[in-house]
Design a protein around this ligand. Structure first.
Ligand code: APR
Length: 241
């Protein structure tokens, strides 16, 4: 019988594809200040710096390929009802063939108006519009919103911005989930990290990370291994069961 399996991922899932993580010794937040490149204040102060940061990450992502962990998840979704909830802004799950992916923090290959309506109202002092699109080249300062003429920004969630948690959908998922798998996240950034609690009652819970945050993993079977090693093994056993 098909099971409902929720997979909650962080940067560690894509690390072996060459996408840098954030909080490890060589992570992105070691070399960049969050407030400069990933906050509304940074955007207001120096939009060129922000766009340069995302342009480099966009170009990098285009050269990366799904790794065996992404591929194992795609295989699992052929056998079970898999929902991926990811903090990652890359498209590696989709490129591996996974259909049902919820990007909590947006996507590096999407853009939106800087006054988009999904930005909290207190920041939309001028106006708001609904412009969003995909990109095939990095966003530049010359790009203007075709609806209102404002600047265009990455469609990612910055620090201090709201995450679209889709509470009704989440409630439904929690009630129907048979297996919950966390992979490659330091579980330090909320509200996303709170999902480990939200799915507390899932009948089976697994977590894959070479340095797992054990203090938030009560009731999880933990594999302290790399995603590309542990995910294919776990998927094999779930397909077999
Ligand atoms: N396989 C599995 N896990 C790995 C691997 C790997 N090969 N390599 C590293 N990891 C683990 C690390 O041990 C760490 O626990 O991935 C995790 C990466 O943690 P972070 O860098 O904090 O990334 P993440 O948890 O996704 O960060 C959450 O913070 O700034 C942001 O918005 C950004 O979405 C991101 C959020």
């Amino acid at each position: 019988m098909k099971k409902r399996i929720v997979i909650f991922s962080g940067a560690g899932l894509s690390a072996e594809s060459g996408v840098p993580t954030f909080r490890e010794s060589d992570g992105l937040w070691e070399t960049h200040r969050i407030e400069d490149v990933a906050s509304p204040e940074g955007w207001a102060k120096d939009a060129a710096l922000v766009l340069d940061f995302y342009a480099k990450r966009f170009q990098k992502m285009k050269t990366c390929l799904p790794n065996p962990a992404h591929e194992a998840i795609a295989e699992l979704s052929k056998h079970h009802n898999v929902v991926c909830i990811t903090q990652n802004i890359d498209d590696l799950l989709e490129r591996a063939g996974v259909k049902n992916v919820w990007h909590l923090h947006g996507r590096i290959d999407w853009k939106k108006c800087e006054f988009h309506e999904d930005i909290p109202a207190y920041r939309n002092d001028l106006f708001c519009c609904s412009y969003k699109d995909t990109i095939s080249n990095p966003i530049t300062l010359e790009d203007k919103c075709p609806q209102c003429g404002a600047r265009v920004r990455p469609d990612v969630v910055w620090f201090g911005e709201a995450v679209n948690m889709q509470h009704d959908y989440l409630e439904d998922l929690v009630e129907t989930t048979d297996v919950f798998i966390g992979v490659g996240t330091s579980a330090k950034v909320y509200p996303a990290a709170g999902l480990l609690n939200v799915f507390e009652q899932a009948p089976e819970k697994y977590f894959i990370d070479p340095k797992p945050a054990r203090e938030v993993l009560a009731g999880f079977k933990v594999f302290d291994k790399k995603a590309s090693e542990a995910m294919p093994t776990l998927v094999k056993s779930l397909i077999g069961s």
